[in-house]
Design a protein around this ligand. Structure first.
Ligand code: SF4
Length: 397
């Protein structure tokens, strides 16, 4: 049976922790970015061998994550790409969907992130571990361990190797982090990619902490770009969740970006539900409505993300009653018919989202006793307090 996912033959992912493979969902598989990526196809060929022998259902062994999601009624990455590809001409053997992180360099340390994706977390984690502070979850992944070579980013030479794999068949590039706009490679890479494939769709996930005037001018020249803005709280709540010192900078940059967007460009606010923002959804929705109205541009609130790892930051660690706030906020949002703001969820997506939130009313996984779970959650919270130097609980009314 032929494999059932377009990314296996037409995708490439360069991860924040230095691996190159055909999809970001298959974790540590792939080759190292330090290898000669000009030979990517030859290097990755052995990784694709299982593609010749998928299971009866068409899934490779390494793709079980998508299978599990689909069995649970959740939209998998595989299905999202099947939908995207409907508008694209697929060409055998060509790189058409590129997913790239320039490295793990980031100026934030979000509660649901880790050393693998944030150089700030890596620095703080290592310092805390050295000083004997109990870590929120003492695992290799959280510390970066073997998955993170160090604080690093792709050199120009490496970027050139990746760019050399692209041609006019490239249809979509997703740029992730680390923080892509914290990296000077952004302009260089985007300009080179557009030269190779002028109609390419670019999508970027950003915290929007850095937005100089010259960068804004460059952004205006990109033919097709979608900004996914990582905003999952307002004011102090934002600062706590993201580990950033000033919400006003984010607010100001968001408004500047929105007013600069051209007709073929758009933006969405990506809300990641976690233990600290279960009561924040309506505030973020109102914010989305206000910037849509102010800019007179359509903006989506994307609700797909729920923190699951580390466990201690997931909605399950919140007070069970808070799940009810989130559901009530969802009901209000669903009933609002706003000219410029929309939620980006299908009916089925909304049902799945609600079910997952309801599931958080089960306070802890069966393997833990209440006492053990509570102590883990307290340790996790105290680690964030230590990392931030302040406590969100002191700002609760
Ligand atoms: S099936 Fe899922 S895990 Fe496998 S390549 Fe496709 S998107 Fe990635």
């Amino acid at each position: 049976m032929k494999n059932n996912c377009i990314l296996i033959d037409n995708g490439m992912c360069v991860t924040a922790y230095g691996k190159a493979t055909f999809c970001c969902m298959i974790n540590d598989q792939g080759v190292n970015v330090t290898d000669d990526l000009k030979n990517y196809n030859a290097l990755i060929a052995p990784q694709r061998v299982p593609a010749q022998t998928p299971g009866d259902d068409g899934f490779l062994k390494v793709c079980r994550g998508c299978k599990v999601k689909e069995d649970a009624g959740v939209r998998s990455r595989r299905v999202r790409y099947i939908d995207k590809a409907k508008q694209d001409k697929i060409v055998d053997g060509k790189l058409q969907y590129l997913d790239i992180s320039f490295g793990n360099t980031c100026n934030q340390m979000c509660v649901m992130c880790s050393s693998a994706f944030s150089s700030q977390w890596r620095k703080t984690d290592l310092e805390m571990k050295a000083s004997g502070v109990s870590f929120r979850e003492d695992t290799e992944t959280q510390h970066g361990g073997k998955r993170v070579p160090n604080n690093w980013h792709l050199s120009r030479e490496k970027l050139d190797e990746i760019i050399s794999l692209c041609d006019e068949n490239l249809v979509q590039v997703d740029i992730k982090g680390g923080e892509p706009l914290y990296d000077k490679s952004f302009e260089y890479f985007v300009a080179a990619i557009i030269k190779k494939s002028p109609k390419v769709r670019i999508s970027i996930s950003t915290n929007l902490t850095k937005l100089s005037e010259s960068r804004l001018e460059f952004i205006k020249t990109i033919p097709h770009i979608n900004f996914g803005l990582s905003i999952d709280g307002i004011g102090k709540n934002y600062e706590w969740v993201r580990g950033w010192h000033d919400w006003n900078i984010i607010d100001n940059n968001t408004r500047r970006l929105m007013s600069a967007l051209q007709p073929s460009q758009n933006a969405s606010v990506n809300f990641t539900l976690n233990r600290y923002n279960m009561k924040e959804l309506l505030n973020v929705w109102n914010y989305v409505c206000s910037i849509g109205t102010e800019s007179q541009k359509k903006i989506y609130l994307y609700l797909g993300q729920i923190a699951t790892s580390p466990h201690s930051m997931s909605p399950r660690a919140a007070d069970a009653n808070e799940a009810l706030h989130t559901l009530e906020h969802l009901r209000i949002i669903k009933e609002t018919n706003h000219e410029w703001a929309r939620i980006d969820l299908s009916h089925q997506g909304l049902v799945n989202y609600c079910n997952t939130i309801l599931d958080t009313a089960n306070p802890f996984p069966a393997k833990y006793s209440t006492k053990v779970w509570q102590s883990k959650m307290d340790i996790a919270h105290n680690t964030i307090v230590k990392a931030r130097g302040w406590d969100i609980n002191d700002f609760k009314t």
